[in-house]
Design a protein around this ligand. Structure first.
Ligand SMILES: CC(C)(COP(=O)(O)OP(=O)(O)OC[C@H]1O[C@@H](n2cnc3c(N)ncnc32)[C@H](O)[C@@H]1OP(=O)(O)O)[C@@H](O)C(=O)NCCC(=O)NCCS
Length: 401
């Protein structure tokens, strides 16, 4: 069957997807595409716990693809590209836009979910081989429901328009363990972490020579500089001197000196780390998050003993220390921050908080929703001419008790 990739996709993307058309057409299964069969679609629904309200739209999306020859051929082709062809094809002809995008293919709101989750049989075999409980696969795939809700809340229709996030689930490079999700990560941050084993204390130093604002964040180019960060390791004196990040997540302009005999770096750049993701879909309840972290530090050594992670890390709007200036100490967002050591994000901006709190980062301030206390706080802060910064966190495995 011929595969027409011009189904309303932007021309540049259609050209990238077109690569391999003949090869995928040559193996098109005339007796039915397995991942669009009713039974397969029902299995995805059952595993992911897609909510009953979204299910009719999901089944209808599969039915539309089954009954539309161009869509069916393209879905098969996408499956071939994503799950069958050598990965190098996608690296060389990356068919996804650089930023999150709104794709519907002939109006189909779930289109790419199907070829991506065509990897399910391989994924199930992978979990079974490693002995990872099937419940974890189901919890991980629950993201389909989470993102269907996000689409519904934003657009008023059930769908998942840019589901390439699910490629992490099928890789697999993402596991839902309780409230949070976890990935195989790598340390890649200019800030330097030091740990004193005898006391368990952790100190984070930003890199040397960075412009910092009065309130202890990395200054943007157009912001006045209050001080410059210092970081210097003196191997002769066996000391490290720097402007440390305070426990409240902001850089202190007064340098301190630590002895290298007592203080060590628990990880440096390129070391393996567990990276956290915070899915929507439920409150960020403190005990549930702590339990989730505990699950993660037990999960990886058990099922991936070769992954010698040195710590747990995350960067997000959720860790902007300024949130604690506004939200009550008992709020989930504030309590969640206390599970970690916070430090400023280089180039941290207001973009992500606007995306996640207003639904659209580009909305002008006079149009942003004002239903929750956080929406009001985020708007007020911006109206006062201040910036949101996002933030980064780390914690060491031994601190997760
Ligand atoms: C992370 C998340 C679950 C926290 O929500 P929570 O547990 O309700 O947080 P809190 O209880 O501390 O919320 C305090 C207030 O902020 C509001 N709030 C929290 N997150 C909000 C959000 N993303 N958008 C709008 N308001 C939000 C709450 O409704 C509450 O308002 P209220 O006082 O009017 O009742 C929520 O923000 C969310 O689902 N985010 C989407 C996922 C995400 O952003 N992940 C990080 C990606 S890097």
């Amino acid at each position: 069957m011929n595969c027409d990739v011009n189904l309303g996709l932007p021309a540049a993307l259609a050209a990238k997807w077109a690569v391999g058309r003949e090869a995928s057409a040559a193996c098109f299964p005339e007796d039915g595409v397995f991942f669009l069969q009713e039974g397969f679609v029902k299995e995805i629904v059952a595993l992911s716990g897609l909510c009953p309200e979204a299910q009719p739209a999901f089944f209808a999306a599969a039915a539309q693809i089954r009954s539309t020859p161009e869509l069916l051929a393209f879905a098969w082709h996408c499956h071939w590209r994503l799950n069958v062809a050598p990965a190098a094809i996608n690296a060389e002809h990356n068919p996804w836009p650089p930023k999150k995008a709104d794709f519907t293919v002939m109006g189909n709101q779930f289109f790419f979910v199907f070829p991506i989750l065509a990897a399910l049989p391989r994924l199930k075999a992978y979990y079974a081989e490693r002995g990872i409980p099937a419940r974890i696969l189901a919890d991980t795939l629950h993201d389909l429901d989470v993102w269907a809700h996000t689409t519904y809340n934003l657009h008023g229709v059930w769908g998942y328009r840019d589901p390439r996030w699910l490629l992490n689930h099928t890789a697999p490079n993402l596991f839902g363990l309780g409230r949070l999700q976890f990935q195989f990560g790598k340390r890649n941050n200019p800030c330097n972490t030091w740990h004193q084993e005898t006391t368990g204390q952790v100190v984070i130093f930003p890199p040397d020579g960075q412009r910092a604002t009065e309130d202890g964040f990395f200054a943007h180019e157009d912001e006045p500089q209050a001080f410059t960060t210092i970081y210097n390791v003196d191997t002769d004196q066996e000391t490290v001197t720097g402007t440390p990040v305070r426990p409240d997540g902001r850089i202190d302009q007064h340098p301190i000196t630590l002895s290298l005999q007592e203080w060590k770096q628990p990880f440096v750049n390129d070391d393996p780390m567990i990276t956290i993701h915070i899915p929507a879909g439920a409150p960020l309840e403190f005990d549930a998050c702590r339990d989730s972290l505990r699950q993660a530090i037990a999960f990886f050594p058990r099922f991936f003993p070769d992954f010698h992670f040195k710590g747990v890390q995350c960067g997000s709007w959720v860790f902007d220390p300024q949130l604690t200036d506004y939200l009550p100490a008992q709020s989930n967002l504030v309590r969640f921050q206390t599970l970690f050591h916070r430090y400023p994000m280089v180039n941290g901006s207001s973009w992500q908080i606007r995306e996640r709190v207003f639904g659209d980062p580009e909305l002008p301030l006079d149009k942003v929703p004002q239903k929750t206390s956080l929406q009001k706080i985020v708007k007020k802060h911006l109206q006062e001419g201040r910036q949101w910064r996002s933030g980064c966190v780390i914690t060491l495995p031994e601190e997760i008790a």
